[in-house]
Design a protein around this ligand. Structure first.
Ligand code: CP
Length: 314
């Protein structure tokens, strides 16, 4: 089966194809578009880690396509009784789902499950590894606002080290020809980020100079094993996005955040709520469209529909 486990390795045309498909579902004025494409198919959402946006939008996306959508409540599941990840995967597989959406706190866990089941698997975030549908919805939002991805200067700022959102975005934006910067304290900058074609900056003002898009990230304390825990006040002082800091960016800079936001830590409330510049709610809206596209495209083989190329034979 073809899975969507990450952005790494996807070709520009494959990314463009998925964005075009998502655009169909996000048609303005038609944003609640429905289809019976997945009627009769069963979609299981198995989220082993907390989520608001991703889980709800995958549920809505599946339902708008007519699928029977089941979301497993991990807190109430037998995972809590000691069942292993693989046994859980085999149990879900035995119910013959047509597509499984998984979020897990361990990098690689989604790929492991994908290798054991008989249907397409979509990665809804695995540890600090990848969050491919987030990068696609970010790209769709940027493309709609700016008309393109190639040639844009885009800064991804904050806790880059622990961020699967940053990682998927680095792969996507570099593949699509954007000029990508990582802006982070030295302790939260991944070693070798240049190998992904990304320019590292430890100074916020330098990193934001002339950028077209600023993407802020949450401090992911749940992934910091006590290594570097700045006080929130100290962090905001040096790396928080304020009106003043934004003044060095392009006049029409777009402000983004994947959510959940910590106001007053990585982003000032005035910036987050700036109706002109903030695209944060549009990102959430595009999430439904992108997930509809991914579910529809990945279930095409099971529905007997051919499509050009098999992008996800990973
Ligand atoms: N952006 C994102 O993945 O949010 P959730 O954790 O709420 O799904």
């Amino acid at each position: 089966h073809d899975h969507l486990l990450g952005i790494e390795g996807l070709k520009p045309w494959e990314i463009g194809f998925l964005l075009d498909e998502a655009e169909r579902w996000s048609d303005p004025g038609n944003s609640r578009r429905r289809s019976g494409a997945l009627a009769g198919l069963t979609q299981i959402n198995a989220f082993f880690e907390n989520s608001t946006r991703t889980l709800v939008s995958f549920e809505i996306a599946g339902k708008r396509l007519g699928a029977d959508v089941v979301s497993m409540a991990v807190a109430a599941s037998s995972v809590k009784k000691g069942e292993t990840l693989l046994d859980t995967a085999l149990t879900l597989n035995a119910m013959h789902p047509d597509v499984i959406v998984i979020r897990h706190e361990a990098a690689g866990a989604v790929a492991l499950i994908a290798s054991k089941v008989d249907c397409p698997v979509l990665n809804a975030g695995d540890g600090a590894h990848e969050h491919p549908t987030q990068a696609l919805l970010d790209a769709l939002t940027i493309r709609r606002r700016k008309g393109r991805l190639a040639g844009l200067k885009i800064a991804i700022c904050g806790d880059v080290l622990h961020s699967r959102v940053a990682r998927s975005n680095f792969h996507l934006l570099a593949t699509m020809g954007a000029e990508v910067r990582a802006v982070a304290p030295p302790t939260l900058m991944p070693v070798g980020v240049e190998r992904l074609g990304v320019h590292p900056y430890t100074d916020m003002a330098a990193g934001l100079a002339d950028v077209d898009v600023v993407m802020m990230l949450r401090l992911q304390r749940e992934r910091m094993a006590g290594a570097y825990l700045p006080s929130e006040r100290e962090y905001f002082r040096f790396y928080g996005l304020t009106e003043e800091r934004l003044s060095g960016a392009a006049d029409d800079v777009l402000v983004m955040h994947p959510g959940p936001m910590n106001r007053g830590v990585e982003i000032a409330t005035a910036v987050a709520d700036d109706i002109q510049r903030s695209a944060i709610t549009e990102q959430v809206e595009m999430g439904v469209a992108v997930r509809m596209a991914c579910l529809e495209v990945l279930t095409r083989p099971a529905r007997g529909i051919e499509w050009a190329g098999n992008a996800w034979s990973a």
